[in-house]
Design a protein around this ligand. Structure first.
Ligand code: AMP
Ligand code: MG
Length: 413
């Protein structure tokens, strides 16, 4: 090949994704406290431990009554009902049967009551020092009452295996008293950057230097993808140093190691040689896509997965976004990501899938995309204006439609 990446290891975008999914192993399930499960993926359905609501309770601050006792109320013949009971949130109701009860939101509905009159709609009359509700119309049954178990009954399935634990799920499960969940073990990812030119966060500035954006960015992507990230030291363009570092990292039991830079065919691109020295199996090296062409995927002898991402920041971002993310999804038991096919005119390349930065919006006629003007692979700022990728299949796949994907692993924003 003119670009020197061995032809045998070069694959289409779709084949690359399929290979990643095939190779990435599902991780074992573990039982953990719910509050530590944020971002993990459920490995078992979760059932409600308790009813939610746990008992019939008031939805308003106001007065609890028996609706039947209000049936005869009218403008012509107002009813006066004494307020003698109290039911406050977190306490048992105290008071006589049959009268009106002062009640707060979340407090138990007192015995004999089946309706709540909100405080702001109540008229209170003082009759000889005793407070009474003055009613001029009957109150409907069940008004302003949250019924026991109306959201979830104990034993009912509330969340399903294969769902990602998000904040709203933690809230819904805690409402039902759940404290523990079974989730896929959270993948651990070690990230390092390579390049003699890199200026680290605390490194000295050299005239020919380039700020290392990739390592911080990829660590953030790992977290967005719901995995644990460790940032390892930046490495020089030197095969032996890179090989030694990879050996040390895989011994520390990361599930995935990710490098950036040094993976193409330049004079000083040493990641492939370092992997060879470590005895790695290369699954692919080079994907028919742009940006991101030099991306490499390998397994180390101990089973650790390795992604060699290109140094170009946009290519590194894309490499993680699609390939490392596909591996992480398959490890935690999530179904493969599916993009949205869309009819849109954009230039196709003869043989590579082009990834274009776009803004997508939904109109009444369906999804629309606006191509951003700056598409060069080193330009990062356009990513801040984009919210999606448009994958344009190559010309030789003219029957394939363009597909849009959310920009990041966080999904649609
Ligand atoms: P490489 O893949 O090593 O040939 O690098 C391709 C381009 O990406 C070069 O312009 C590098 O200086 C740049 N580059 C490599 N690594 C990084 C990094 N960690 N952060 C920002 N730019 C980088
Ligand atoms: Mg380099």
């Amino acid at each position: 090949m003119s670009d020197g990446i061995s032809k045998g290891h070069r694959v289409s975008f779709d084949d690359a994704l399929a290979i990643v999914r095939h190779v990435a192993p599902p991780l074992p399930a573990v039982e953990i406290p719910l509050q530590r499960a944020h971002g993990a993926v459920l490995a078992r359905d979760v059932v409600a431990f308790a009813d939610y609501p746990r008992f019939d309770m008031s939805a308003m601050d106001g007065f609890a009554l028996s609706s039947q006792s209000t049936e005869t109320a009218s403008d012509a013949a107002p009813l006066f009902i004494p307020i003698n009971g109290q039911s406050f949130a977190g306490r048992a109701p105290v008071g006589p049967l049959g009268d009106g009860w002062t009640i707060t939101t979340g407090a138990p509905i007192p015995p004999g009551c089946d309706t709540v009159l909100p405080r702001e709609r109540a008229t209170i009359a003082d009759l000889a020092g005793l407070l009474h509700l003055r009613l001029t119309s009957p109150l409907p049954v069940d008004a302003n009452i949250r019924r026991r178990a109306e959201d979830a009954a104990a034993g009912e399935t509330v969340a399903r295996s294969g769902q990602r634990v998000r904040a709203e799920m933690i809230g819904a499960l805690r409402c039902c008293g759940v404290t523990q969940v079974r989730v896929a073990e959270m993948p651990k990812v070690t990230v390092f950057s390579t390049g003699d030119e890199l200026i680290g966060l605390d490194g000295s500035i050299i005239d020919e230097g380039v700020h290392d954006s990739n390592s911080s960015m990829i660590v953030a992507q790992v977290r967005e993808a719901g995995a644990q990230a460790t940032l390892a030291s930046q490495l020089p363009d030197d095969a032996a140093s890179i090989a030694n570092a990879i050996r040390a990292m895989s011994a520390k039991r990361s599930h995935i190691i990710i490098s950036t830079g040094g993976v193409s065919v330049g004079e000083r691109d040493y990641v492939p040689a370092a992997l060879e020295a470590c005895g790695a199996t290369i699954h692919f090296h080079g994907v028919y896509m742009r940006p991101g062409k030099p991306v490499l995927f390998a397994s180390l002898p101990d089973g650790t997965l390795f992604f060699g991402l290109p140094g170009n920041p946009v290519a590194a971002y894309l490499g993680f976004r699609f390939f490392a993310y596909a591996a992480l999804r398959s490890m935690v038991g999530l179904a493969p990501e599916v993009g949205l096919e869309i009819d849109v005119e954009a230039p196709r390349h003869a043989e590579v899938t082009r990834f274009l930065r776009v803004r997508s919006t939904f109109s009444s006629c369906g999804p629309r995309v606006e191509l951003l003007s700056e598409q060069q692979s080193h330009r990062m700022r356009p990513l801040l204006a984009a919210n999606a990728w448009l994958a344009m299949p190559p010309q030789r796949d003219l029957s394939r439609k363009p597909i849009i994907y959310p920009l990041s692993c966080l999904g649609v924003r």
